[in-house]
Each structure stands twice: as structure tokens, then as C-alpha cells.
Design a binder for this molecule. Structure first.
Ligand SMILES: Nc1ncnc2c1ncn2[C@@H]1O[C@H](COP(=O)(O)OP(=O)(O)O)[C@@H](O)[C@H]1O
Ligand SMILES: [Mg+2]
Length: 244
């Protein structure tokens, strides 16, 4: 049975979509069957981070309404094992039929090893949609006080929802800034009150890849791409040490 992984954060813009795309492509490269679902209804952009901008991918709503089958989900040209469903544009998260969405996810579990749900920012309907179905949660934070506080608050909410497997990814790490701020990754874990899944450095390739319509891993093997590969291997259960 496949595993459902929700990518969440309290604060917007911490890099959920970028990390989701990086880790999902890394798992597909490692030979896993992966489905990525953009759940940021209205503000979708996972297609851009995957290097699939404007590819005309099916939306998850078109699949759960039964007009299309999961097997018709867009296939990534660079990663044949990676499939993608975009978010519907013309509806609100409250209009999503949760039961039908859940039914689609149950089907997806029998066809994929990992299913990623790229959530919107905040803790509203889109957050709840993703969190409620997740087997594990990746909370993406940056190292600034506001995103750490929001990650901590989101972690508490997830605990109240009974979510046990919640791990932190600290994104956009800049060692110089860490020195100036006199902060360490351990401090961030302590303040957020969550265990660490991985760290991702600040890397211009995140922006460059999207600009040139490529995924991060097609654009570079170093920096953030290498960090996402290490996170992917940890998700597979391999004992990969945390380092930049
Ligand atoms: N590690 C990183 N290094 C540099 N830029 C990054 C990094 N992670 C994300 N970004 C940039 O930050 C912005 C927000 O990222 P995004 O993944 O869309 O965040 P979210 O999904 O949380 O809103 C994007 O412009 C993205 O390119
Ligand atoms: Mg996003």
C-alpha cells in the first residue's frame, strides 16, 4: 500500500511546493512510483516546480468526479515513474468533495508507492483536506522566527488531529546568516518542537530551474537538489546523515 505524505507549513512561501517537487522527483529517480497532487486550489504552482508548466495536466477534481481515470494523470517526460494531478482553478477548497477525494486517494494507494499532497499555506480548509488524509506530514519551515513559530503552532494542531508522524524540513538554510543570527538547526528543532527530516540550503537553482521550465533535479545535482535526494532516501528508510 502506498503512503500519503502531506507537505504543510503554517506560514506561506517557506518552500513547500519546491521541496515537494524536489523530493518527489528524487523518489521517482530512485525507482519509486510517485503521484504528486497539487492541493493549492486557486493558487496552484506545483506544475512550475516540476518543470511541467502549462502542460494541460488533469486536475484531481476531474479524476475524483469520474470524468477521467487515475491512469490518465500527466506523466513527467523526464521521470516516467512520476505522475501529476494539478489543482482545480475555478473552485474553493470548501467545495471539494472530501469523500470522493478520499476515495480517489485510496485507489492511488494501490497504484503508487508515495503520494504527495502539496498543501496551501495556512490552516484552513486546504490544510485540513491534506492533513486529514496524510500518513505522514512534512512541515517545511525557514529559519526566521515567524516561520518557526507558525511551524510550532501547526505541529500542535496536527497533534490535536492525532497525526503522529510529523517531521520538519528546514528550507533555505544560509550558513552565513545562521552565524550572524547565532542559531543552529538544533535550535530550530527545539523551538518548533518537532523532529528533523532534513535541511535544504538556499539555492538559486530553485528559481533558475523554474525559469527554464525544468525541475530542480534536471537543472543541478548539487545544493538543494542533493538535499532533496537525501530527504528522499530518508523517506525510504535509509540512514542518511543530515548535512548540507
Ligand atoms: N531552497 C531555496 N533556495 C532558494 N529559493 C527557494 C528555496 N526554496 C524555495 N525557494 C523560492 O521561494 C519561493 C517560494 O517557494 P514555494 O515552494 O512556492 O513556497 P510555498 O509552496 O511554501 O508557498 C519560490 O520563489 C521558490 O523558488
Ligand atoms: Mg506552494
Amino acid at each position: 500500500m502506498g503512503e500519503l505524505i502531506a507537505i504543510l507549513s503554517g506560514k506561506g512561501g517557506t518552500g513547500k511546493t519546491s521541496v515537494c517537487a524536489g523530493v518527489a522527483t528524487a523518489l521517482a529517480q530512485l525507482g519509486e512510483d510517485v503521484l504528486c497532487i497539487d492541493c493549492d486550489i486557486g493558487l496552484r504552482n506545483l506544475d512550475i516546480s516540476l518543470g511541467l508548466a502549462d502542460s494541460g495536466a488533469l486536475s484531481f477534481r476531474e479524476v475524483y468526479e469520474g470524468n477521467y481515470d487515475l491512469s490518465q494523470a500527466a506523466v513527467h517526460p523526464g521521470y516516467p515513474k512520476l505522475r501529476f494531478l494539478t489543482a482545480p482553478v475555478s473552485c474553493s477548497p470548501e467545495e471539494i468533495n472530501t469523500e470522493a477525494f478520499g476515495h480517489m486517494l485510496r485507489k492511488a494507494r494501490s497504484q503508487f508507492t508515495y503520494i504527495f499532497l502539496d498543501a496551501p499555506a495556512g490552516i484552513d480548509a486546504g490544510f485540513r483536506l491534506c492533513a486529514s488524509f496524510a500518513d505522514r506530514v512534512i512541515l517545511v519551515t525557514n529559519s526566521d522566527p515567524a516561520s518557526i513559530r507558525d511551524a510550532s503552532r501547526t505541529g500542535e494542531l496536527l497533534e490535536l488531529m492525532g497525526k503522529e508522524s510529523v517531521r520538519l524540513v528546514v528550507n533555505r538554510i544560509n550558513p552565513k546568516m545562521f552565524d550572524t543570527m547565532d542559531i543552529t538547526v538544533d535550535d530550530i528543532m527545539d523551538q518548533a518542537g518537532l523532529p528533523l527530516l532534513g535541511i535544504v540550503p538556499e539555492d538559486e537553482h530553485m528559481v533558475l530551474a523554474a525559469t527554464f521550465r525544468k525541475s530542480l533535479l534536471e537543472s543541478t545535482k548539487k545544493g538543494a537538489a542533493a538535499a532533496c535526494r537525501r530527504i528522499a532516501k530518508r523517506i525510504q528508510g535509509l540512514p542518511i546523515p543530515v548535512s548540507l
